[in-house]
Design a protein around this ligand. Structure first.
Ligand SMILES: [Cu+2]
Length: 70
């Protein structure tokens, strides 16, 4: 498993925390470590998914991924 830190714009409340958590948790090969306003950390299996797919899930939930680092 690898670790990915996401910097996320547009999160403002508990609803946003839940929405981001749900979008990440729904991905195969991803284990959510933490979600805070403006950032999330996940572990992922590089054989199953990748940072682009993980960022896309957050974007499709309505938030903007400003950056990511491993
Ligand atoms: Cu919100």
């Amino acid at each position: 498993m690898k670790t990915l830190n996401l910097s996320i714009e547009g999160m403002s409340c508990g609803h946003c925390l839940n929405a981001v958590n749900r979008s990440l948790s729904a991905l195969r090969g991803v284990a959510v470590q933490s979600v805070q306003l403006g950032r999330a950390t996940v572990s992922y299996d590089p054989a199953t998914t990748n940072p682009g797919e993980i960022s896309a899930a957050v974007e499709s939930a309505g938030y903007h991924v400003a950056g990511s680092s491993e």
